[in-house]
Ligand binder design. Structure first.
Ligand code: CP
Length: 339
């Protein structure tokens, strides 16, 4: 399997084989971050611009680290520190960034579809770092990577996604990735936040949290996305926590080898008890570690396609096997001697 995409916009559009290629590529890059010199030359001379128009800690920092570890030049723009506060549009901001010859734009934006909007208008490769409640593809890839790394497989696992599904881009991208890879995905949360229409994505919906916890191999918790809710969809945070929070008592219902996951930021005492967040079954910080490897993989694969196009191969003729990008070879993983 080889990679032919110039942009990473959604998990929905990826095949299971493409997702597995991204995970295998990330596995090759994970070791780089454990070296004394955490750098390989794969993106030397390339420029990666992070355009984060919504707050972020994990995604912004790990994309920046990933780009630096691939030897790219990086810069980061946030909404508050940009001319967007003076009324400049997203398109104009991005076109100005591209006029400075950026090769990659990593975009986080509150509007669903904004990465596609830029991909249709710019020459740079666009990476979706979260667009509204739509998708967060690299989060789903790092979640799938972590599950495969810890449990050895994804197909056939029972994966419970618990919390605010309706407003969660993480939930949507996870559902696409995990169902494509053969997992059984169950959603649980307040009925107002878990609409029945999600069944069309091939998942099970339940309100029987205790039963779902007993059966789960993985519990992926989501926080309440207050920033996207325009009205109150449940009585109070306290009631949410009592009915749907993963308390110490509820944690006792889970399998002994269950994985506890959360994309972060966590709200201790709301969707997850502190003791559960910090217990040995929690892989929340390992997810963060794996995020760097997954984002290195995403940049590496897109860069390979960019290089093919620069060599004169028209994007529409990029075909698997002939002109597309394979996982990193030994030369891609040699330490950058100039670092
Ligand atoms: N998981 C995640 O997207 O976290 P940040 O908002 O901190 O990037």
């Amino acid at each position: 399997m080889t990679w032919t995409r110039k942009h990473l916009l959604t998990i929905e559009e990826l095949s299971a084989e493409e997702i597995m290629l991204a995970l295998d590529t990330a596995a090759s890059f994970k070791e780089v971050s454990t070296r004394t010199i955490k750098k390989v030359p794969a993106l030397r001379g390339k420029t990666v611009v992070s355009l984060f128009l919504e707050p972020s800690t994990r995604t912004r920092v790990s994309f920046e680290l990933a780009a630096k570890r691939l030897s790219a030049d990086t810069l980061s723009i946030t909404a508050q520190a940009s001319s967007i506060t003076k009324g400049e549009t997203l398109k104009d901001t991005a076109r100005n960034i591209e006029a400075m010859n950026a090769d990659f734009v990593v975009l986080r934006h509150s509007a669903a579809g904004s990465p596609k909007f830029l991909a249709d208008r710019l020459n740079a490769s666009i990476l979706n770092a979260g667009d509204g409640a739509h998708e967060h593809p690299t989060q789903a890839l790092l979640d799938a990577f972590t599950i495969r790394e810890k449990l050895g497989r994804i197909a056939g696992l029972n994966i419970l996604i618990l919390g605010d599904i309706l407003f969660s881009r993480v939930a949507r991208s996870n559902i696409w990735a995990l169902t494509k890879l053969g997992a059984r995905v169950t959603l649980c949360g307040p009925t107002t936040l878990v609409p029945a229409v999600f069944r069309e994505l091939g998942v099970t919906i339940t309100t029987r949290l205790d039963d779902a916890l007993c059966e789960a191999d993985v519990v992926n918790l989501l926080r309440i996305q207050h920033e996207r809710q325009r009205k109150t969809l449940f009585p109070s945070t306290g009631e949410y926590s009592r009915l749907f929070g993963l308390s110490r008592e509820r944690f006792r219902l889970t399998k002994p080898d269950v994985l506890i996951m959360h994309p972060g930021p966590i709200n201790r005492g709301v969707e997850i008890a502190s003791e559960v967040a910090d217990c040995p079954r929690s892989v929340i910080l390992e997810q963060v570690t794996n995020g760097v490897a997954v984002r290195m993989a995403a940049l590496f694969l897109l860069n390979g396609v960019q290089n093919r196009i620069a060599q004169g191969v028209p994007p529409e003729t990029l075909q698997p096997r002939e002109n597309s990008v394979s996982p990193p070879g030994e030369s891609d993983l040699v330490a950058d001697a100039t670092a």
